[in-house]
Ligand binder design. Structure first.
Ligand SMILES: [Zn+2]
Ligand SMILES: [Zn+2]
Length: 267
């Protein structure tokens, strides 16, 4: 028995995360074409028809672009909050009513040996959520598209074994970059995206609480206002200030914009 976690794509051009056990396989978001997601799954030996559910964080197109196609093609249930369903872009197309599942924050959704629980996050969307996915022995937390750190987020991710955390931008690169002023304000705002620095501080807090956290992926990196190296080094430097040694005390990975990054953990 093993659990497998993989990022299939991460960033403003598309997000999709895979998590599976021998019995249950799910996606968190499917924000690129159905074809690209199927190709990503193929790289890890999973078929579209193996997927038991797609859990949606929020309705932005970089998180939902492929959910309709995949749901129709493989008859996959799609789970989202009521507020997310209400704001779903029409480009997603028709999803059969029996595959349209409504979930509520903090309510457990059990599929075979997986328990998926959404929690509220601050982001400029209908009713956005992050997710905790648990097996009997392993907990994965997904925390991206976060404007600022809330107590609710801290509470939800503090005891995870594996974390996908947004490290969207370098504040100076964003401020000095070419984005129009309103867009800069949106990203920096309380319902925008998390900076490398805030991600580093939050991660330091989690690791100080929890020695179980051994694998961390930084994700949703901005193409214009960040580089993988900047994100990685900023977070690593902040952790060093707390006496936490990256790749000694825990492993730090970057979720690639395109292409699979994967971890298999025997249980
Ligand atoms: Zn996004
Ligand atoms: Zn978003």
């Amino acid at each position: 028995m093993a659990v497998e976690f993989a990022t299939i794509a991460s960033g403003s051009s598309g997000n999709s995360v895979y998590f599976g056990t021998e019995y249950t396989k799910i996606l968190i978001d499917a924000g690129l074409s159905g074809k690209k997601i199927q190709n990503g799954l193929k790289d890890i030996g999973v078929l579209g028809s193996d997927i038991d559910g797609i859990f949606v964080t929020h309705e932005h197109i970089d998180h939902v672009a492929g959910i309709g196609v995949l749901s129709r093609r493989f008859n996959i249930p799609v789970y989202a909050t009521e507020g997310t369903w209400n704001c779903m872009p029409s480009s997603v197309g028709k999803i059969e009513s029996e595959n349209k599942r409504v979930i509520s924050k903090n309510e457990k959704c059990v599929i075979n040996d997986l328990c998926v629980t959404p929690y509220a996050i601050p982001h400029d969307a209908g009713q956005p959520v992050g997710y905790n996915v648990m097996t009997e022995k392993f907990k994965v937390s997904i925390a991206t598209d976060i404007g600022h750190v809330t107590e609710e987020i801290m509470e939800n991710i503090k005891d995870c074994d594996l974390l996908l955390l947004e490290s969207n931008h370098d504040v100076e690169m964003l401020k000095n970059g070419d984005y129009p002023y309103p867009l800069k304000q949106r990203i920096l705002g309380k319902k925008g995206h998390l900076s490398n620095e805030t991600a580093g501080k939050l991660l330091a807090w989690v690791i100080c609480q929890n020695s179980k956290l051994k694998n961390v992926f930084l994700g949703h990196l901005s193409k214009e206002n960040n580089t993988p190296k900047t994100a990685y080094n900023t977070v690593k430097d902040i952790l060093e200030g707390y006496d936490i040694k990256t790749n000694v005390d825990f492993n730090l990975y970057l979720a690639a914009r395109y292409g699979v990054e994967r971890i298999i953990k025997p249980m």
